[in-house]
Design a protein around this ligand. Structure first.
Ligand SMILES: [Ca+2]
Ligand SMILES: [Ca+2]
Length: 336
């Protein structure tokens, strides 16, 4: 038994020495035969510290036969600081010569161009090119790198974001600030009902609006218009019975759109591209009024100028000092 133990111990020691020797072996010793390689694949067939080289075939006496073959040859070592490789080669940071020119770090303070997409931006994020460097998020362009999401900041500009606000007033007026004559409920005058359901908004639900009035119905919340939406619009149905014609509106509703930084006095007025004839003024297409003949009508205006903005909207009613009517009623508002 003692002899067998000794033999086992010696065998273990020998295998340990062998493992250490292998660990210390240089790549040259590790691959003494310098395996053949396919030059069409560059250095892909070789180890990192080797390259695929053309080698003369020699005969038994050591004389070249005139034929060549390709073998993996150990790279020259070099100094990265002084770049002492042969002409046409460069020294890598870990001290091996590689054919070609060294990749340049992106230190030009410019967005990635197509030649250095493998390296990270050092100063500013991509704005013109898709994000190939996941370290910094796109700020100006939608992500086109759907394979890898931005890692630092969640994507806010990916496709699939929709503008999706709707209001049918069936749950009341919670989202709105109602000034003056604006009311939400079931009209007992004018349309005597709503476009959908039993609730809508209107200028005095139980009778004519008064003369010389200005009042807003303001959507209390802000709505962000994503840049990814091709043609954002606001659309709604209105029952219209006020003093005015397409040649001039005396009593009318305008839809005001303001950015979060604006006040209502400087707010933009929606220009209606969908409106039945006679129910907006010819001059600006911003004033809704006239007589709609006792039915509800669709109105739609573009919100394209507000892409990327956070906006607030308001319906503003204005009447002049003479002559009034049942009023203007609003239902089924959508922003999409
Ligand atoms: Ca309704
Ligand atoms: Ca009037």
């Amino acid at each position: 038994m003692k002899d067998r133990s000794t033999i086992l111990l010696v065998a273990l020691l020998l295998s340990g020495v062998l493992m250490v020797w292998q660990a210390c072996a240089s790549p040259e010793e590790d691959d003494p035969g310098a395996g053949t390689c396919d030059p069409a694949k560059g250095d892909a067939d070789c180890n990192y510290v080797e390259y695929c080289a053309e080698v003369d075939v020699v005969d038994g006496s050591g004389f070249p036969t005139g034929d060549v073959k390709y073998e993996c040859i150990l790279r020259d070592t070099c100094s990265y600081d002084i770049q002492d490789c042969a002409i046409g080669w460069y020294c890598s940071e870990d001290g091996y010569c590689f054919k070609g020119t060294a990749p340049q770090p992106d230190n030009n303070q410019q967005p990635d161009d197509t030649t250095d997409t493998a390296l990270p931006d050092t100063a500013i994020p991509d704005t013109a090119q898709p994000d190939e460097d996941t370290a910094m998020p796109d700020t100006a362009q939608p992500d086109t790198d759907t394979v890898q999401p931005d890692e630092t900041v969640p994507d806010t500009d990916t496709t699939g974001v929709t503008l999706d606000f709707s209001e049918d007033f069936e749950s009341g007026s919670d989202k709105w600030t109602l000034e003056g004559i604006w009311q939400v409920g079931t009209p007992s005058d004018g349309p005597l009902g709503c476009h959908g359901g039993t609730n809508c908004a209107g200028t005095n639900l139980s009778g004519n609006y008064p003369d010389s009035t200005v009042a807003k119905m303001v959507l209390a919340q802000q709505v962000t218009i994503p840049t990814s939406i091709m043609e954002p619009v606001i659309r709604f149905y209105a029952y219209v019975h006020s003093e005015g014609t397409q040649m001039g509106m005396m009593d009318y509703v305008e839809v005001l759109v303001r950015k979060s930084v604006d006040n209502w006095d400087s707010a933009a007025k929606a220009v209606f591209t969908i409106a039945d004839t006679g129910l907006t003024d010819n001059a600006t297409k911003t004033k809704i009024g006239g007589n709609g003949g006792g039915t509800w009508h669709l109105f739609e205006a573009s919100l394209t100028p507000f892409k990327g903005e956070s906006i607030q909207i308001a319906f503003r009613f204005t009447s002049d000092e003479f002559t009034n009517a049942p009023g203007i009623y609003i239902d089924d508002i959508e922003l999409h």
